[in-house]
Ligand binder design. Structure first.
Ligand code: ATP
Ligand code: MG
Length: 1020
């Protein structure tokens, strides 16, 4: 990185090339320019611009590699040293003398180096009788900016950032080192383009596997903001939904992102797609990919499979064409991610030279996108911690790059507290389940790739709709990999599609094998053995990966040897092996060859399916004391095997289910990994593993009733986004009923809120929860127990769908009761005392931390007057971070349409609110004044009397930094809100505001408004 600021890194050029650059610029600016050869004795002139046959203007270049403490002294000294030459040139007719320097000048009037040197130069001008001037670095930058590209390309070493990207794309004629860099980068891009051009899960009959043809942009939600940005208040950083994950990451608002998603949810495919879109810009391809968002410059993408990095750290050579034999394995490495990237560059460029210096050069000069895929595939916890440490170190080093790079790490949900990249720097987004419209979009793309058109496609769509109406099929179809399998089966077998996850994979493999068997008599003949051997290989590769940072690949020779050994040990016919390998093939049934000389399963869930099948059907077959009851316990305990555990349990027959539940109970009692065991057990229930035996299912559901499990579930449901939905008929109803009866027993227990939260989520699509709660509220309404049930309703947001007629007449004693009613989403009868009290709670600021639900006047007032709305309005643009976060006001996302509808209802409810609506709209001529806030506050006060919400709006307007710094702020018309809220403003001015400095140095104000509790009415 340049030691001096600026777009061009002249220090990298060195003295002579810098002089050549200056000559080229001068020649570009002045066509009559005479440039002297660099390195020759030039008599104190590097270039001369003649006029009337005389050397009228002299140019002298002064370069230095380091920033100097006192550039003025250095420059005056060098000019002094040129005294004899200058005097000679002046006597020869020179009238102007220019010094061109790579030094950065400072612009502070009088004290800055630019003004100080000018002073010195004017003294010299007098002394030498020649006008003396200097081109500082910024002057040269400006001339390089306007110079033709060819000139820049000729000095490409000084380029960085987007200029370098342009150079790499366009500067085909570049020379020397950068030419080598260009060749290296372009080769790697081209190789990875080919690798990523197809989806990884390949079905034999798909005519096109092109990623671009099949990709749909899976949506995501923001699970956690990077801690370092938490203090910054920006809608961009705080919004929950981020829309399509690819679109979001291509726009790259945040540099570092952790993408979380369930198996087959599309993490790797997303990484592939992001890289392809950026690569397309370099390789000048489009191939059906969506372009980069307008204004986004391409980044050099590097996609890394983290399992390869782990295997490499372990001494392996995962990217070589053929795996080295065990004897040649190098010792464990402790190498940085940069070293691995150098290794990747060498491997993917076909062996060009690349070392850490090359990588540093790339990372510091080029805008990069590094996709680090599959952190979960690093099975060994220690290796994973090491990998994460290297990622964090790499991230920290990259912050000094010219253009901050983008890093995307992907991983599966992590319930075992395994290492993950620093939450300080990385935000987390979680891939969502596929929504119905995206499923149909995918179906259509899939059908096109399979050349299913016209009536056939419509028939497929019809069957799909029909089957998706069943909740369990619907649940299976929410994941791209499962949806792909489902479509394959629907197309091949019509309606007969299983509703259970393991069976879905089994059916797929069966259909797939039927087809293979039709084609090949060997497969037909050895089908049973082939299935067994493949299951064994699934287990072997999965277990190897866990044991020793394997990467799930097996070399050709080792594959053959493993199959032979297995068949031999099992006393089976080994004839299968030669017939399987008669021709050089890139596919051995379910295994495929992606890197020449090695085999692997297409996608990890297939490997996990076979590993589970091996454990269920074959493992321990020859051992007398093999304890099958232990298998599930070991599987659920290990995070790396969670998905295999789901498949394994899915194989179980009805008479084995009670044993499985017992194993889960034992494992839970051992308290080894409570969250890990809990989420794994939850997944088994959600998959419907126990649904054929209600009693076993009930027992499994009861595993979640203890306090620790309830709290863990409640947190997972509130803050995380990857817990599968537990359908009512898969244990959800039993669990909810048990939780609610525990609440009935002791509604004031500290556990009651967590129990209610979990139960209400389990019953969210059925009226059961509302019915249960409403009965209790009715019984307690207007009595001492009312507050307890209202508080529980607020936790569950239970009143949202109730009509006013269904809401009992409530006392709402105390402001917190009224606030709970608002949070719960209740809409009491119009004109009732309860309605008034809820409005009072909102106006008194007691609901500003809740999301408005329902259409009561209280909820609507919250929608349109919540302080968050005024905070956003006070920000000059969407992206400015105006206020430090203080307190926990909800960041409401109320669309313009919702606001409009809320205002309409409010004005119908009380016509006086029309004036508040007008004030809140703002108007022409109010820009950069506090009028919007002040007038709104005043209008609210005029309707309701002084109230906290009005004061808060006024205070926010007054605290906006630009209103105090801009003279325009004083243009706020009228007496302002202070007339009605004098006490607040006085105390606000006296003590409640602490000036602080926002990032970037702008002055901002921290609002530390405290709310008073308990007093009814609008004013606290
Ligand atoms: N966005 C998508 N558009 C189209 N197809 C997709 C998409 N995401 C996934 N798929 C299909 O599902 C398959 C599996 O997806 P992928 O390997 O990306 O999942 P993953 O989240 O990385 O899973 P794992 O946790 O097992 O690594 C892909 O090979 C592809 O066929
Ligand atoms: Mg993956």
């Amino acid at each position: 990185m340049s030691e001096q600021a600026g777009r061009y890194n002249y220090e990298r050029l060195g003295e002579k090339p810098f002089q050549q650059l200056c000559n080229a610029l001068l020649a570009h600016c002045f066509p009559d320019m005479r440039c002297y050869p660099v390195g020759h004795s030039d008599g104190g002139r590097d270039g001369v611009l003649p006029r009337d046959g005389k050397p009228a203007t002299i140019f002298q270049v002064k370069w230095t590699s380091k920033p100097l403490k006192d550039p003025v002294a250095w420059l005056t000294r060098t000019i002094k040293e040129e005294r004899a030459s200058i005097e000679r040139l002046v006597s020869g007719g020179a009238r102007q003398y220019y010094v061109l320097t790579s030094l950065e000048g400072t612009a502070v009037p009088r004290r800055g180096t630019m003004d100080r040197l000018d002073e010195q130069l004017s003294a010299y001008s007098q002394e030498f009788g020649v006008e003396m001037k200097v081109w500082w670095r910024a002057d040269i930058d400006a001339r390089v900016d306007s110079a033709p590209d060819a000139l820049k390309w000729a000095f490409s070493e000084m380029l960085a950032g987007h200029d370098l990207v342009r150079y790499l794309i366009e500067g085909a004629q570049a020379a020397s080192y950068d030419h080598r860099l260009r060749t290296l980068v372009m080769k790697v891009l081209a190789t990875q383009w080919e690798e990523d051009a197809k989806v990884k899960f390949k079905q034999a009959e798909l005519t096109s596997h092109d990623l671009a043809a099949l990709f749909v942009d899976v949506e995501a939600v923001r699970a956690a903001q990077a801690l370092s940005t938490r203090a910054l208040r920006s809608p961009d950083l705080q919004a929950k939904s981020v829309g399509g994950a690819a679109r979001y990451l291509l726009a790259a608002r945040q540099p570092f992102t952790l993408v979380r998603g369930e198996p087959g949810q599309g993490k790797s495919t997303l990484g592939q797609y992001l890289c392809q879109v950026h690569r397309a810009a370099f390789l000048k391809k489009q191939a059906g990919l969506e372009g980069l968002p307008v204004g986004t410059a391409p980044r050099v993408p590097l996609r890394v499979d983290l399992k390869d990095y782990a295997a490499w750290l372990d001494g392996g050579d995962p990217l070589e064409e053929s795996l080295p034999s065990a004897g040649r394995r190098t010792p464990r490495r402790k190498a940085s991610l940069e070293e691995f990237l150098a290794y990747l560059l060498r491997a993917r460029s076909g062996g060009l030279e690349a070392d850490v210096t090359t990588v540093n050069d790339i990372t510091q000069r080029l805008p990069l996108l590094v996709v680090l895929d599959g952190l979960d595939e690093v099975a060994h916890a220690g290796t994973r911690a090491l990998v994460v440490k290297h990622i964090d170190d790499f991230t920290a080093r990259l912050q000094h790059s010219v253009v901050v790079p983008q890093i995307v790490v992907t991983t599966r949900p992590n319930a075992a507290a395994l290492a993950e990249p620093s939450p300080e720097k990385y935000e987390t987004i979680a891939l969502s389940h596929l929504k119905p419209d995206l499923r149909i979009a995918y179906l259509r793309k899939w059908a096109a790739a399979r050349s299913v058109a016209g009536r056939d496609r419509r028939e497929l769509e019809r069957t799909f709709h029909q089957r998706s109406a069943e909740p369990h099929i619907d649940q299976l179809a929410d994941n791209p990999l499962q949806l792909t399998i489902l479509l394959y089966l629907l197309h091949k077998r019509g309606n007969s599609v299983p509703a259970n996850r393991t069976e879905l994979y089994s059916s797929y493999m069966e259909t797939f094998l039927d087809r293979e068997a039709e084609k090949s008599p060997q497969v037909e003949e050895h089908r049973k053995d082939l299935e067994e051997v493949t299951a064994f290989l699934g287990w072997l590769l999965q277990a190897e990966a866990e044991k020793s940072s394997g990467n799930g690949r097996i070399g050709f020779r080792e594959l053959k040897r493993s199959i032979l050994t297995y068949l031999f040990d099992a006393r089976k016919n080994t004839d299968l092996v030669p017939s399987l390998f008669t021709a050089v093939t890139d596919r051995v049934w379910a295994l495929t060859s992606k890197i020449q000389g090695t085999f692997e399963f297409d996608v990890q869930p297939l490997r996990e399916y076979f590993a589970a099948r091996y454990l269920y059907e074959y493992a321990g077959a020859d051992q007398r004391r093999f304890d099958t009851s232990q298998v599930l316990r070991h599987l659920v305990r290990r995070p790396y095997w969670t998905n295999a555990a789901r498949f394994y349990a899915g194989f179980a027959r009805a008479n084995e289910l009670a044993g499985l539940v017992e194993a889960l109970e034992d494992e839970k009692d051992s308290r080894l990994q409570p969250l890990q065991v809990l989420t794994a057990t939850w997944a088994l229930l959600a998959d419907g593993v126990f649904s054929s035996r209600p009693r076993s299912q009930q027992r499994a559901a009861e595993l979640f009733l203890d306090d620790l499990s309830v709290v863990l579930l409640s947190i997972q449901m509130r803050d995380h986004h990857n817990l599968p939905t537990l359908a009512p008929d898969r244990g959800g109803r039993e669990l909810a009923a048990a939780l609610l009866s525990a609440v009935d027993e002791d509604p004031e227990s500290v556990m009651a809120h967590d129990r209610v939260r979990v139960a209400s989520r389990l019953l969210k699509d059925s009226p059961e929860f509302t019915a249960w709660w409403l009965t209790r509220l009715r019984a307690a309404a207007d009595r001492p127990g009312e507050a307890v049930w209202l508080a529980l309703a607020a936790t569950a947001q239970a009143g949202n769908h109730l009509t006013p007629g269904a809401v009992p007449s409530l006392a709402l004693e105390g402001i917190s009761c009224a606030a709970d009613a608002v949070t719960a989403g209740l809409a009491p009868a119009q004109g009732s005392a309860a309605e008034q009290r809820m409005v009072a709670a909102v106006l008194a600021g007691h609901c500003s931390d809740s999301s408005p639900l329902g259409t009561s006047p209280a909820a609507d007032l919250l929608r349109v007057l919540a302080p968050q709305h005024f905070l956003h309005k006070a920000a000059p643009s969407d992206k400015s971070y105006l206020f430090h976060r203080a307190g926990t006001h909800q960041d409401l996302t109320v669309s313009a349409t919702q606001r409009r509808a809320a205002w309409q209802r409010l004005v119908r409810w009380d016509s006086r609110l029309g004036s508040v609506r007008e004030a809140a709209k703002g108007g022409l001529g109010q820009r950069r004044t506090t009028a919007l806030w002040g007038n709104t506050a005043q209008a609210v006060g005029a309707v309701f009397g002084p109230c906290w919400l009005a004061a808060e709006a006024a205070v926010i307007g007054a605290a906006a930094p630009w209103t105090s710094s801009s003279p325009a702020a004083t243009r706020s018309r009228g007496p302002g809100p202070w007339v009605r809220t004098p006490t607040t403003v006085c105390s606000f001015r006296r003590s409640d505001v602490t000036a602080s400095t926002a990032p970037g140095g702008s002055s901002s104000t921290r609002t530390t408004l405290t709310r008073c509790h308990g007093r009814p009415g609008y004013w606290p």
